[in-house]
Write a new protein. Structure first.
Length: 81
């Protein structure tokens, strides 16, 4: 399934003034930039990784993709009681 390009990406504003472009199909952050033209160019070139799409469909997307680097600030924080 392929979304129309104008609806395939969500944009998220970051505190530092940049914007993330996130693919709504494979949930990958395609680009982070302060420039709309850079976001549009990366969105135009983006092709969903079939392995990631298959993991989302299978329900095991929590497993990191091979070679993927962890993003800072993600994951769960441990709580002390």
């Amino acid at each position: 399934m392929v979304f129309p390009r104008d609806h395939q990406f969500a944009h998220r504003a970051n505190r530092d003034g940049t914007t993330d472009s996130i693919c709504k199909y494979c949930f990958v952050t395609v680009c982070t930039s302060t420039w709309e033209t850079a976001l549009a160019e990366e969105e135009r070139r983006h092709v969903c990784d079939p392995v990631i799409v298959a993991r989302w469909k299978k329900g095991s997307a929590r497993e990191p993709a091979e070679g993927a680097e962890p993003r800072s600030g993600t994951g769960t924080a441990s709580r002390s009681r």
